[in-house]
Ligand binder design. Structure first.
Ligand code: NDP
Length: 315
């Protein structure tokens, strides 16, 4: 089976499925496995020092001959070095997020790199289109990690974008983990999906086992969008979140929140497995995730679900 859409044609991939380039989880093993299975694997450069990114790109190229991408949050401290690295290493696709798409799109495209930008609202989607990105990832606030302030859900966001005649592909993200959800997104004008949480729960992701086991046990309402004063982030309601809540209840200032957050909390939680003190970033769809599988199994199951959904006429 092959699923032909504007996105697969743009990126030269078999299935319109992008693996979100998440911090601390998305290294060469995960990205190459997704690309080898017909999707677009993505390295998460937000948690990599420049030398680590270079190494990850080299490793990824050694493990796959298919296209892969790098996610670069534009607020990254050494952003110039990351941009130079992806150009030098001829990375096929760059996904930018959390910043102004005007900054690097033209430069990256002039080197033949396809650029997709993550947006949380129609307003930002229009800005990205003007910046001449090749595609837009429309991410609802169901998503884990850093998120939009508007709290648009994926469904609302897709409907807002649907009215505008975008020529470039729209990729739906946030709250997606099943083939039936991908079919629904196609009907809402999307040419593909990006999934983060679903791919975090694979054998190939570098998230700590403690974190993966906790995600298995999560139910509805166990994550929340918080810390809007700093950078809105969806996280698990653990002990660290309880301390954040306590500060809110005391009417704490932004500075007090920043000082509680400190540095490296996401690493502590996601990568080192400290479930108490860590910032545990995962999407709302974690309520549905109760197994850890290989990327290959995930993709096969997902595509079966998609096929079955196309045959159902129960509406
Ligand atoms: P912090 O400031 O709390 O910590 C920085 C972390 O990033 C450290 O753990 C550090 O690793 C690592 N790091 C990698 N490269 C650098 C660098 N050049 N300078 C400093 N630190 C670096 O930030 P966060 O953990 O909250 O976020 C880190 C990055 O990830 C940011 O760029 C942020 O925008 C991005 N991010 C993106 C998300 C998304 O959804 N797209 C979600 C969360 C974060 P070490 O401890 O080994 O020094």
């Amino acid at each position: 089976m092959k699923i032909d859409t504007k996105l697969t044609r743009l990126l030269g991939i078999k299935y319109p499925i992008i693996q979100g380039g998440m911090v601390w989880t998305s290294g060469a093993d995960l990205a190459s496995a997704v690309s080898n299975a017909g999707g677009l694997g993505v390295l998460g450069a937000g948690s990599m020092y420049p030398e680590q990114l270079r190494e990850a790109i080299i490793n990824c190229k050694a493990k796959t001959t298919f296209p892969f991408g790098v996610n670069i949050p534009l607020m990254y401290p050494d952003i110039e070095e990351h941009i130079t690295t992806v150009i030098e290493h001829k990375v096929p696709v760059v996904i930018t997020s959390a910043g102004n798409p005007n900054l690097f799109t033209k430069r990256l495209r002039s080197h033949g790199i396809k650029v997709l930008h993550v947006v949380s609202s129609l307003k930002f989607a229009l800005k990205a289109e003007q910046a001449e990105v090749n595609g837009i990832i429309a991410e609802g606030f169901e998503a884990g990690g850093h998120n939009g302030r508007e709290e648009n859900t994926t469904l609302v966001l897709l409907q807002l974008l649907y009215r505008h005649p975008f020529k470039i592909p729209i990729v739906a993200a946030g709250g997606i983990a099943t083939g039936s959800a991908m079919l629904a997104c196609f009907h809402m004008g999307a040419s593909g999906v990006q999934m983060g949480s679903r791919f975090l729960m694979t054998k190939e992701s570098t998230a700590h086992q403690n974190f993966k086991d906790l995600v298995k046990s999560l139910g509805e309402g166990d994550t929340i969008l918080s810390l809007k004063e700093l950078a809105p982030v969806r996280l698990i309601k653990n002990e660290f979140y309880a301390s954040v809540l306590e500060l809110y209840q005391k009417g704490a200032s932004t500075e007090e929140l920043r000082s509680l957050l400190g540095r490296g909390r996401a690493k502590k939680g996601i990568y080192e497995g400290d479930l108490v003190e860590g910032e545990l970033e995962i999407g709302q769809i974690s309520a549905l995730l109760d197994d850890i599988v290989s990327v290959e199994t995930l993709m096969t199951t997902f595509l079966k679900e998609y096929e079955l959904a196309t045959q159902k006429k129960n509406f």
